[in-house]
Design a protein around this ligand. Structure first.
Ligand SMILES: Cc1cc2nc3c(=O)[nH]c(=O)nc-3n(C[C@H](O)[C@H](O)[C@H](O)COP(=O)(O)OP(=O)(O)OC[C@H]3O[C@@H](n4cnc5c(N)ncnc54)[C@H](O)[C@@H]3O)c2cc1C
Length: 407
């Protein structure tokens, strides 16, 4: 039987980052993922980009990942938030965030998920003490006072004091352990595509609220932007099935002409949108991280940032416990992580849910109220700067890695 200090089920962006943080702190770590590297690194696997808050960038820098990713990441210099209807001018009230106002070079970075995964894979391969086992999965878990044994699908076993599930929204291991989730589906689908435009975006990200949901234009390297186009789930299949000319016409109605002529390139992806929160984040010898623990609406582009914060906080709690000679799989150790992360995740999940409900409709009084809200926040400097710090992830108790220090 293999021995490790920590077994992580799920080598997505959160599982890989957590594995790196733990291995760099000295833990022998095994990551088990269902998909082989060739599938996960295939550009067709995931067409999304992620808006990485600067706290996440500091973490990736501290782990030695950022230097591999930076050439493919686009700094966000400004964010413009507007409200309107497809094909019509936006409301006169808007909200404008500018990195210069907080003395920063950027408000975060946009990176394609395929580049984030590739950078993480290269860092994982170069890391001693860290083994990536794929394709494989944890079939069952046995725990007792002395440790845990993860049994893999192929019959092999790994013994460790702690097993962490980072295997995404539909986590099999979370169900196997009997942790329930609360949640609901949104009547919306997230359409994701890349657009090429005539003029440079100058690092400006746009969040345009339309009645069906937010239409985000996220600047990528070159004259390209990634679209996160939230649409009524009944209308999305029709839009996705349009031919190129039809799709580009619908796209232009929503995108506007501020960047000149625009056209979608490459494949179109779609994601059903939902919210969920695990009732417990920990059990003895078991913890949840990332989308396995919580899934939120992409309206604020914070899901991955939240998962990376879990990874940073969990690594810190476990490394502190080991330095003090305490059992890293004991419930009281893991509860420190749960207390740190559960409320923060719920608060962000609830606020993104409320924002989506407030903005994704065409009810006139609500439209007036939210436009007034945008105008008020825009006019009040401290409020604007508060939201900028929030978007940058600099809110609440930051784990050491997110302050740019070693875990
Ligand atoms: C349209 C859209 C746009 C988004 N934009 C942003 C954004 O701009 N910024 C942001 O911060 N977040 C964003 N998010 C959220 C973000 O994509 C997720 O929060 C993030 O991908 C979660 O990462 P994860 O590693 O926890 O889970 P996942 O990415 O789901 O990874 C789970 C991993 O577990 C593996 N796995 C699954 N089952 C098993 C098993 N049984 N055994 C072993 N391995 C298993 C999978 O192969 C996978 O590698 C967006 C989400 C959507 C839908």
């Amino acid at each position: 039987m293999k021995q490790a200090d920590v077994v992580i089920s799920g080598g997505g962006m959160v599982g890989l980052t957590l594995g790196l943080a733990l291995a760099q702190g000295g833990f022998r770590t095994a990551i088990v993922d269902l998909a082989p590297a060739s599938t996960i690194l295939d550009p067709k696997f995931d067409g999304r980009v992620s808006a990485l808050a600067y706290a996440s960038v500091r973490m990736l820098t501290a782990l030695g990942v950022w230097e591999r990713l930076a050439p493919d990441a686009q700094p966000i210099r400004e964010i413009l938030v507007t409200d309107g209807q497809a094909g019509k001018p936006a409301s006169p009230f808007s909200l404008h965030f500018d990195a210069q106002e907080v003395g920063a070079e950027s408000l975060g970075h946009i990176a394609e998920n395929r580049h984030i995964r590739a950078a993480l894979y290269r860092a994982v391969e170069a890391q001693a003490n860290l083994e990536l086992i794929a394709p494989a999965s944890v079939k069952s878990l046995a725990t007792d006072g002395g440790g845990a044994i993860a049994r893999l699908q192929d019959g092999s076993q790994i013994a460790a004091p702690l097993v962490i599930a980072a295997d995404g929204r539909e986590s099999r291991l979370r169900s196997e352990v009997g942790i329930n989730v609360v949640g609901w589906s949104y009547p919306q689908t997230g359409i994701v595509a890349t657009a090429e435009h005539e003029k440079p975006h100058n690092g400006v990200a746009y969040e345009h609220f339309l009645p069906a949901g937010p239409f985000a234009i996220l600047p990528m390297t070159g004259n390209r932007s990634s679209l996160v186009w939230t649409e009524d789930k009944h209308k999305a299949p029709g839009l996705l099935a349009l031919d190129e000319a039809g799709f580009n016409a619908e796209l232009s109605r929503r995108f506007g002409n501020h960047l000149g002529a625009v056209k979608a390139t490459g494949p179109r992806w779609s994601y059903p949108l939902s919210f969920h929160m695990a009732r417990e984040f920990v059990r003895p010898r078991f913890a949840l991280a990332g989308d396995c623990a919580h899934g939120i609406h992409p309206i604020a582009g914070q899901g991955l940032n939240l998962g990376l914060k879990d990874a940073a906080a969990l690594a810190e709690v476990l490394l502190d416990a080991a330095r003090q000679g305490r059992d890293i799989g004991a419930l009281d150790t893991l509860q420190r992580y749960e207390r740190w992360r559960r409320f923060d995740s719920f608060a962000l999940g609830a606020s993104t849910d409320a924002l989506n409900r407030l903005f994704s409709n065409d009810i006139a009084p609500l439209r007036q109220l939210r436009d007034l809200g945008l105008g008020i926040v825009d006019a009040i400097g401290p409020a604007r700067r508060f939201f900028m710090r929030h978007a940058g992830g600099d809110i609440g108790k930051l784990p050491r890695l997110m302050r740019g220090e070693a875990a």
